[in-house]
Design a protein around this ligand. Structure first.
Ligand code: NAP
Length: 309
């Protein structure tokens, strides 16, 4: 094998990619981690994480991301910044082209490019992320005990988020742009168990308020155009996620939503190419589950390389 062929390239440096880096590094594979646009992944977008095992007092998301990176580097993971623009898995070794034009070759690839939450595209939205605006109710609901929150969206995630929040918050509004929910009936029925959930039908958010901390939103009635102000402590976006797989279209089997389709947890449709974390997980999308599949993908990459020898 030519000298510049990596044993394993890991695309993405969120929890799944960095865990794969720790495991592949400890196996002596000297993985090359391509850090992408948001090194550290989704933990970097949140504040305190309370549901990651081993931290009973919680840990700040960016600190966890940094510590995972340090741990991967300690075991000889190497890092380059760049974003995968295209791949070719037809010939061995596999080829990866980055958006800066750099070409890489690898005997095995771990795809851990994650998924990105859709945002509303409003001013202040991203500045207040972790300060009242959240994209993860499972992670952040406990911070809103006795407070007023809103969930945006009418899908399954919005229903599940609203019910998780209703267990702790005083008041939960669901702000939905239509007069019908998209969520399954089973999840819609969950709302009936909570008297503190109110659906605001036919409403969109036109403004987000708050300097350092969210203070509320302006909602617009889509039928009348009437604007009204809603005081809120928390705003949970549940308008969907999109997996970061554009560069994989036609190269690997994806599901109808664009997530990498895996079998046996981390195996993709191409031998020697594995997927870990949210990029292949439309269902759980948790830090702990991403770390788990990152570990599995690295172990399987090592297994693949050993058999290939
Ligand atoms: P989703 O089904 O795509 O729903 C997104 C919701 O956000 C929709 O109600 C949509 O409104 C609304 N929305 C989208 N863009 C918006 C915008 N710019 N402004 C305001 N509202 C906007 O996403 P999801 O709920 O995250 O679910 C994703 C997938 O995972 C689905 O297939 C879902 O069934 C599945 N899932 C299943 C479960 C379960 O327990 N079985 C749990 C979570 C997720 P419209 O309805 O008007 O389009």
């Amino acid at each position: 094998m030519a000298k510049n062929v990596e044993k394993v390239i890991i695309l993405g440096a969120g929890p799944a990619g960095l865990t794969a880096g720790i495991y592949a590094g400890r196996d002596g594979l000297k993985p090359l981690v391509v850090e992408g646009l948001s090194p550290g992944g989704q933990p970097n977008l949140t504040t305190t994480i309370e549901n990651y095992p081993g931290f009973p007092e919680g840990i700040q998301g960016p600190e966890l991301a940094q510590r995972l990176r340090q741990q991967a580097a300690k075991f000889d993971s190497r890092f380059i910044s760049g974003q995968a623009a295209s791949v070719s898995f037809k010939k061995f070794p596999y080829q990866i082209r980055l958006s800066n034009g750099q070409s890489l070759q690898a005997q095995s690839v771990i795809i851990a490019t994650g998924s990105s939450a859709w945002f509303l595209g409003l001013p202040r939205e991203k500045a207040l992320l972790g300060h009242g605006v959240s994209i993860c109710a499972t992670c952040d609901a406990p911070f809103y005990k006795g407070l007023a929150v809103a969930v945006v969206g009418g899908g399954d995630t919005a229903m599940i988020d609203a019910t998780a929040l209703a267990k702790v918050a005083k008041r939960v509004y669901i702000i939905h742009r239509r007069d019908k929910l998209r969520a399954s009936l089973a999840n819609q029925l969950l709302l009936k168990n909570f008297s503190n959930i109110k659906i605001l039908w036919n409403k969109t958010i036109s403004q987000i308020h708050g300097a350092d901390k969210l203070s509320g939103v302006t909602v617009k009635d889509t039928q009348t155009g009437r604007l009204s102000r809603l005081k809120l402590n928390g705003l949970f976006l549940a308008i969907g996620h999109h997996p970061n797989t554009d560069f994989l279209r036609g190269k690997l089997t994806l599901d109808s939503h664009g997530y990498v389709l895996t079998h046996n947890k981390v195996f993709t449709s191409v031998e020697g190419v594995f997927a870990a974390g949210d990029v292949a997980d439309p269902q759980y999308q948790q830090l702990a589950s991403a770390v788990g599949t990152g570990c599995m993908a690295a172990l399987e990459a090592e297994n693949f390389l050993r058999q290939k020898k």
